[in-house]
Design a protein around this ligand. Structure first.
Ligand SMILES: Nc1ncnc2c1ncn2[C@@H]1O[C@H](COP(=O)(O)OP(=O)(O)OP(=O)(O)O)[C@@H](O)[C@H]1O
Ligand SMILES: [Mg+2]
Length: 403
């Protein structure tokens, strides 16, 4: 493994006069992998019989992003014995009589928040720290009471008002933290073609954050890459096999006073087709529909080909009404920012197609805006019903489809 000069700075950090390390910047820039390696080498060199924490968004994310790559490094296997106990979420690393424990925690896992409270740590690594609840991070930091303990953070940029930027990046000097800013060029394993692929993946605020590594405010159109010429198709042009061969899902954004939207979506050969839309706007129509009315409309919309229906998780009574009719309903995942990023990637890659008949969705995708006055990333809550339903579907897809 050859390292870039920026990565060498990560390897040097434990032997310098700092208490913390902060690596922020572009995606895939080589932050996590080298930080994990440097953390382990430091821990094994400086301590024995101590506990350390490896934290990510979830324990699963730590297993994938930190543990799996670490276990692959041949050099580590030559010098250390690494044993991972999956049920305890515990990695034991030893060399001769020297042994340390590395506990895996997920910032968003409720069990982790409770478990980390009791532990005494000599060091903590927080991967993607800006995506963790602040309360969890503070709890983890408060556990670092062993002499000489160090804090290791990495993340991609978020909104400039984010607490991690305010409390750590802007106060790096005061907190005796070494701050390194990463770009794609700092990862020596990416060739030119791969770097270009990442440049093409994002536009707008996501380009500024994930490629340029800047903490910038989200403003303007959210889906500025949405282009009717590229993304819309006529009903006659739909692939003939779509309805038979595609995996069908109906995604629902539910409203009583606000509009209710159903989207008829097919996932086929790695492409997503939004092939139909139902919309009831009670304000415009001058009449509100009940859950039973909407359930009737859903049965008609589904026709003879039943499928999974993803519903806005807050619509509990409508979910029940559908379940009573034997519809297979799943509550949707509602992560707004992640869903927007993923939808943007599909649009950029030309893998999201929308039937011209879906007028409501098409209009809303063109006008969907960031709320520039908000203190965090937030879309303007107007004419967002189609984009919300679409996001519920996109959030149900596996992450590898967006990398
Ligand atoms: N010096 C290196 N030699 C070989 N492979 C490397 C090196 N640095 C990074 N990589 C590989 O590049 C990929 C991206 O690196 P890594 O996951 O560390 O980036 P990151 O900055 O944490 O990205 P993200 O912000 O997306 O989490 C990984 O597969 C990693 O193993
Ligand atoms: Mg990373």
């Amino acid at each position: 493994m050859a390292f870039s000069p920026k990565q060498m700075e990560i390897l040097r950090f434990p032997y310098e006069d700092y208490d913390a390390l902060i690596c922020d910047g572009a995606v895939r820039a080589g932050k996590t992998s080298v930080m994990a390696l440097s953390f382990l080498l430091w821990a094994m060199g400086a301590y024995s019989g101590q506990s350390f924490a490896l934290c990510g968004r979830s324990v699963g994310a730590v297993e994938r992003n930190i543990l799996a790559p670490l276990m692959e490094i041949r050099y580590l296997k030559q010098y250390f014995h690494l044993a991972y106990n999956r049920s305890e979420h515990l990695l034991r690393v030893s060399r001769g009589r020297r042994e340390n424990r590395f506990y895996l925690f997920g910032g968003k896992d409720e069990s982790s928040a409770a478990l980390i409270q009791g532990i005494t740590l000599a060091g903590v690594l927080l991967d993607e720290v800006a995506l963790m609840p602040r309360s969890f991070v503070e709890q983890a930091l408060a556990r670092c009471s062993v002499e000489g303990s160090k804090l290791w953070f990495n993340c991609n940029p978020e909104h400039p008002n984010h607490w991690f930027r305010r409390e750590w990046i802007l106060k790096a000097e005061e907190k005796r933290a070494k701050h390194l800013h990463f770009l794609l060029e700092d990862n020596p394993s990416l060739d030119q073609a791969t770097r270009e692929k990442y440049h093409r993946l994002y536009t707008g605020v996501f380009y500024q954050r994930f490629i340029l590594g800047q903490w910038v405010v989200s403003q303007g159109r959210i889906y500025d890459m949405f282009d009717p010429q590229i993304h819309l198709y006529d009903p006659q042009q739909r692939p003939p096999a779509l309805h038979n061969a595609g995996r069908r899902t109906v995604a629902v954004d539910y409203g009583t006073v606000n509009p209710t939207v159903f989207l008829d979506i097919y996932d086929w050969q790695d492409q997503v087709y939004v092939d139909g839309e139902y919309r009831w706007d009670s304000r415009k129509e001058g009449r509100q529909k009940t859950d039973e009315d909407y359930a009737d409309d859903m049965m008609a919309f589904l026709g003879r080909r039943p499928c999974t229906v993803l519903v806005d998780p807050s619509a509990a009574s409508f979910i029940q009404a559908l379940s009573r009719r034997g519809v297979y309903v799943l509550p949707a995942q509602n992560q707004v920012l992640d869903g927007i990023r993923r939808t943007g990637v599909l649009l950029r890659q030309g893998r999201l197609h929308i039937c011209r008949d879906c007028r409501g969705l098409t209009d809303e995708l063109s006008t969907y805006q960031w709320d520039q006055r908000a203190e965090e990333d937030r879309p303007v809550k107007e004419n967002d019903h189609g984009p919300d339903a679409l996001r519920y579907f996109v959030n149900s897809l596996a992450e590898w489809r967006f990398a």
